[in-house]
Design a protein around this ligand. Structure first.
Ligand code: PMP
Length: 397
């Protein structure tokens, strides 16, 4: 018998296909605005200096490669909690918050899906429309009931009224996934006033927020980006947060992140954490150690931490400047108002508002590569060629 005979082929990740097409394009003036990694002015995704220094210390001092336990490296968890909630947050002193180290933010979401399925059976999960496609597949694969709330409409504007109205109708007790900042794929974030309105309905409907925090430091700053997470943690007894160190530490391939649970009291947190380590045991047993050890070195050392903060700010401000610069370059074509949202959005991604046909023309006629939804990774542009990019965009508008 041929056991695999009936297995069909599924399509690959469309973003990876874009990467191949970009690599094969001989045009020296090409732009890669597709893939979701930070790029510097040279188009590279370099290892941060703080990371290199931390790795050197690990090479010199690490004594063992033994397992690190189901929740991962304790120092990593403690320091990540400080970064996310602020070291003086009473949640921490009250032992109401705990991080379970996971293989990246994706691993945290995957563990969270199992946690909901096992420990909160019959709860649905609600995702923004649109959202990062992996949110859809992770929660669907875990057999959760997945619903959607409006977020950005066909007019390429935040549909906050639609979002709020949908929240009013979400079944009592369901889980709502929110992006802490730098919404992927749109770049549209909520204002502080809007977050407060969401919090109000979350309380009234007794919803459980799961906040995906994959871009801390890429929006308005490390502290500023944590504002909504901290507001929810202050105001609610229970909260789930998935944190990723892929972008802000540039540790993509080291698979570094955590599922952070906040519980009503220290005893309940221990119950929740017992479940998380049991579930993680069936997924990856222990998480990979290296990336988290690097993060712990950096966050636990005043000098390395300061260096890292400067490096994160450099990445953040480069993206912000590219956003403003691109809109200024589009102004030369009379398109400043049409694309004003690009400067208002946050993080690496921008829903440009370009349609699939325009995206195709940009690729075929100008070697500008972006996702067919019109999502551009702004960090893939470079400041010295924004006029060329703007001219290409103008030619398809
Ligand atoms: N959530 C969102 C919204 C993301 O964009 C990403 C990265 N693309 C992640 C989670 C997880 O990233 P990673 O698994 O690489 O840490």
């Amino acid at each position: 018998m041929n056991h695999f005979a009936a297995i069909p082929r599924v399509p690959g990740d469309s973003i990876l296909g874009l990467l191949d097409a970009y690599a094969a394009d001989p045009n020296p003036n090409k732009f890669d605005l597709g893939v979701g990694v930070y790029k510097d002015a040279q188009g590279l995704t370099p290892i941060l200096r703080s990371v290199k220094l931390a790795e050197q210390r690990l090479v010199d001092n690490l004594q063992s490669k033994s397992y690190i336990g189901g929740h991962g490296e304790p120092a990593f968890g403690r320091l990540l909690n400080d970064l996310v909630f602020g070291a003086s947050n009473p949640l921490i002193a009250g032992q109401r918050v705990g991080a379970t180290q996971t293989p990246g933010g994706t691993g945290a979401l995957r563990l969270c899906a199992d946690f909901i399925a096992h420990c909160l059976p019959s709860r649905g999960i609600w995702l923004s429309d649109p959202t990062w496609p992996i949110h859809e597949s992770i929660f669907t694969e875990a057999r959760l009931k997945v619903g959607h709330y409006p977020y950005v409409g066909a007019d390429n504007r935040l549909n906050f009224d639609g979002m709020l109205a949908a929240f009013e109708n979400i079944p009592l007790g369901d889980v709502v996934l929110l992006h802490a900042c730098c919404h992927n794929p749109t770049g549209f974030d909520l204002s502080q006033a809007q977050w407060r309105q969401v919090l109000d309905v979350v309380k009234r409907r007794e919803l459980l927020p799961l906040i995906d925090f994959a871009y801390q430091g890429f929006g308005d700053g490390l502290e500023q980006d944590a504002w909504a997470v901290r507001l929810f943690a202050d105001e609610l007894p229970e909260l789930l947060v998935t944190s990723s160190c892929s972008k802000n530490f540039g540790l993509y391939r080291e698979r570094t992140g955590a599922l952070i649970a906040c519980a009503a009291n220290a005893e309940k947190l221990l119950d929740v954490r017992s479940q998380l380590s049991a579930l993680a045991r069936n997924l990856w047993s222990n998480p990979p150690a290296h990336g988290a050890a690097v993060v712990a070195q950096i966050l636990g050392d005043a000098e390395l931490k300061t260096l890292w903060e400067v490096e994160v700010e450099a990445m953040r401000s480069r993206i912000a400047e590219l956003r403003v610069g691109l809109v200024a370059a589009l102004a030369a074509h009379g398109l400043a108002e049409h694309f004003a949202h690009i400067a208002e959005q946050r993080g690496m991604f921008s829903y440009t508002g370009l349609n699939a046909h325009q995206v195709e023309r940009l690729r075929d006629e100008h070697s500008v590569y972006m996702v067919s939804s019109g999502r551009a990774n702004v960090a893939g542009a470079d400041a010295s060629r924004l006029d060329k990019l703007a001219a290409a965009i103008a030619s398809v508008c």
